[in-house]
Design a protein around this ligand. Structure first.
Ligand code: XBP
Ligand code: MG
Length: 251
């Protein structure tokens, strides 16, 4: 295995609990602002997460709603409008400080910067959502610290398609064996593995009981003892310690 040169981060669910507390809440605010009676509960939204992409998720949900436009073009136009409205609500929610980083995320990013390991993003969400979240969590200079930021606009084929990871590697100028992906969902894991990248999992609220076959390791979060440190990741990546010491399957 090559030396570890980059950590490629998923955003939603991995950097922060943005799905349950951010996008879901913002979708409901958008429905309300548009005068629609639709609301997505916590469990219902969890089931909808099988569909990657907020606009795609809306279209999927509309297909079963008798009060959604029957005409395909009208339905797509409404999904586009609601998705844009949702993203504005999401940015406002984030700017109000409504979302915190998950444990250990900012610490591990800082270790990468200090030790010269590149940071990158590979996400299915839009660039403005990443911008809003990282401005708040990391600060407005955050783009200087990331070697590649691949969002929905760059990679229209959404996870589990590997496109976002393929593009991130290309922009970093690295081979798959030189990177580690950090994910929270089965779709994210499949995308990273399909790109040939090893992938560690921190379980998020919506994927607490999911199975993650093929993951390098699975943890509740980066600070769950023993904490995931960059030094530990580098050792495991170069094969100098046995993989099981980093691999914590849920009992
Ligand atoms: C994230 C997504 C996104 C977000 C909402 O998946 O699937 O659709 O839920 O963002 P991942 P948008 O964490 O695997 O990247 O509304 O911008 O799609
Ligand atoms: Mg995710």
């Amino acid at each position: 295995m090559s030396a570890l040169q980059a950590l490629i981060w998923d955003v939603d669910g991995t950097v922060a609990e943005t799905e349950r507390d951010g996008h879901r809440v913002a979708f409901n605010a958008a429905f309300e602002a548009a005068g629609l009676p639709w609301r997505w509960g916590v469990a219902e939204y969890g089931a909808l997460l099988q569909v990657a992409g907020g606009r795609e998720r809306l279209l999927h949900d509309m297909a079963r709603r008798p009060d959604a436009p029957a005409d395909t073009a009208a339905r797509e136009a409404l999904a586009l409008e609601l998705h844009a409205l949702k993203n504005r609500c999401y940015a406002a929610l984030v700017a109000r400080g409504g979302i915190a980083a998950r444990p250990g995320v900012l610490r591990l990013m800082a270790e990468c910067r200090q030790q010269g390991v590149a940071l990158a993003v590979a996400t299915t969400t839009g660039r403005r959502n990443v911008q809003a979240l990282f401005d708040l969590l990391i600060g407005p200079a955050w783009p200087e610290h990331f070697g590649a930021v691949v969002c929905a606009e760059d990679a229209p084929a959404k996870k589990p398609d590997p496109q976002a990871y393929d593009i991130a590697l290309d922009r970093l100028g690295l081979a798959p064996a030189q990177a580690l992906a950090l994910e929270d969902s089965p779709n994210g894991l499949r995308a990273a593995r399909a790109a040939g990248i090893a992938c560690g999992i921190t379980r998020s609220a919506y994927f607490a009981d999911a199975t993650f076959e093929g993951a390098a390791w699975v943890r509740d979060d980066l600070e769950a003892p023993p904490a995931i440190t960059l030094a530990g990741l580098r050792r495991a990546h170069s094969g100098s310690i046995a993989a099981p010491s980093l691999s914590t399957a849920r009992p």
